[in-house]
Design a protein around this ligand. Structure first.
Ligand SMILES: [Zn+2]
Ligand SMILES: [Zn+2]
Length: 480
């Protein structure tokens, strides 16, 4: 199997003398399997050269599977310049995050309206199919793909491919949920549950391609921008016991010499660990060969865990409960999320009222302040999780607090049953994408459980309960 980097630069294409060695094209990576099957990650400006090479190869017709992480410009700007799209007979299957009221095809066609581009999406020669995704698993040409939301100011998926005994993980845009770790050594497990799941997603990978746009020092002034400091990425790769780590999504302001320094520091950090992955920075045109094992079994794709949103029933209205005694903040949170379609907002202004509204209305998501009159936010969390209605097990609770969170606060928050936390200094785009992600997950779990109850699939529910309570016990143990 061959992995080839066609674009590695984040945010903005940056051709020029300062980026000659590492490259200036925005994200595009091709995975070419030994039998010619092909998966392409993202269509930044790098896909232009890839398309030209595919046309020169004489392959006819061309079949390409394109996995898009999100629709920020740097990940889709090359799409209208991907030459195979213009040839009748070619087939391009495009996968990417779909969401309430805004499907992938609409966003891609939006950048091809007449004001921006002379050919619109409907006039392309090739057969183009769109598949909207949520979190879960699916299959592309016999390759097992897992999709998971990242922490980024736009609804973003990352992908893990598994085939021929090889696992490749692609996470171009992601920011840690918290910088806290279980200990002070390098490569130890993070404490935020989402960061733990992030490490598990990468576990045992042969190659991780990961956002490493900043250093920890730079990151302190870029919190909420949706990108990672390389130090944390090295730690994650070590904790995930990955074999190789390609630092990716390079900052447009970082020149080749500065990139050399960053790679050297990343290697030094990795060398301090017990398990040392091979660390390097992705470069335009860099090729990595990974040996496939023809006898390796491909993991089974479970239909119940399918990431494919296509064909699902029309979306029901989602309920978001905002709990904050500060009425202005309560209104501000609603205003921030108002552009999201299909949401009904519920409000509560003290702890007891919050528990009552949650039990009566069974919301899909709760945004919860901690310092509440009458009942502390963490007690509200405990009361909701302790309720016997199973829908309240699945509701996502995002704690939003005005204070700076220290390690013990995070642990206490998770022990009380919170799903996530944010400080009130949140960026509007960060809050919106976090809410979208949690709303998709939480309502998916609630709907799935309701469907099992309707169909009487009690066995499945019990299994799930056991798994959840085992997960809770494990995290309690880790929290202590
Ligand atoms: Zn990006
Ligand atoms: Zn982005």
């Amino acid at each position: 199997m061959q992995v080839r980097f066609w674009g590695v630069r984040g945010s903005l294409a940056k051709p020029g003398l300062s980026t000659l060695r590492y490259g200036g094209n925005t994200p595009c990576v091709q995975v070419l399997m030994d039998d010619g099957r092909r998966i392409i990650f993202d269509c930044g400006t790098g896909i232009h050269d890839l398309g030209q090479e595919m046309m020169r190869s004489g392959e006819n017709p061309i079949k390409a599977n394109l996995l898009i992480t999100h629709t920020h410009w740097d990940h889709i700007q090359g799409f209208p310049f991907f030459a195979p799209l213009f040839v009748p007979g070619n087939e391009v299957n495009i996968y990417g995050p779909g969401r309430m009221g805004q499907e992938l095809s609409n966003t891609l066609s939006g950048q091809m309206i007449y004001s921006y581009f002379p050919v619109n999406l409907d006039s392309l020669g090739a057969t183009v199919k769109f598949m909207d995704l949520g979190e879960g698993v699916f299959e592309v040409d016999g390759v097992h793909v897992s999709a998971c939301y990242t922490n980024h100011p736009s609804l973003t998926l990352c992908y893990a491919l598994e085939t021929g005994g090889v696992k490749i993980v692609y996470i171009p845009d992601h920011e840690p949920h918290s910088l806290h770790s279980m200990g002070s050594e390098i490569g130890v497990f993070p404490i935020h549950h989402e960061d733990q799941d992030h490490v598990k997603f990468m576990e045992g990978a042969d190659l991780i391609i990961h956002d490493a746009q900043y250093t920890l020092e730079e990151y302190s002034s870029k919190v909420g921008w949706g990108h990672s400091p390389y130090e944390k990425v090295v730690d994650y790769a070590i904790a995930a016991r990955a074999k190789r780590l390609a630092l990716f999504h390079h900052d447009p302001l970082r020149n080749d010499e500065e990139m050399d320094e960053l790679v050297e520091k990343a290697r030094q950090r990795a060398n301090g660990a017990e398990f040392v992955p091979e660390v390097f920075a992705a470069e335009d045109n860099l090729v990595i060969e990974l040996a496939e094992d023809p006898k390796a079994k491909i993991p089974v794709v479970s239909k119940k865990e399918s990431a494919l949103l296509a064909g699902s029933s029309p979306e029901r209205e989602k309920k978001v409960l905002i709990v904050d005694d500060d009425r202005q903040m309560n209104r501000l949170l609603e205003a921030t999320l108002q552009e999201e379609e299909g949401i009904r907002f519920l409000h509560a202004y003290d702890g007891k009222e919050a528990v009552k509204v949650a039990c009566d209305e069974l919301p899909d998501l709760i945004i919860l302040d901690l310092e509440l009159p009458g009942m502390h936010g963490l007690d509200v969390c405990r009361a909701i999780r302790g309720n016997e209605n199973p829908d309240l097990n699945d509701v996502a609770i995002i704690v939003v607090t005005g204070k700076r969170f220290e390690q013990n606060d995070v642990l206490e928050c998770f022990a009380a049953g919170a799903t996530d936390y944010m400080t009130k200094e949140f960026a509007v785009s960060g809050l919106r994408s976090r809410v979208r992600g949690w709303l998709m997950r939480s309502s998916f779990n609630i709907d799935r459980r309701r469907a099992w109850r309707r169909s009487g699939d009690v066995r499945r529910m019990i299994e799930e309960e056991r798994r959840a309570s085992k997960g809770r016990r494990t995290s309690d143990k880790m929290d202590s």
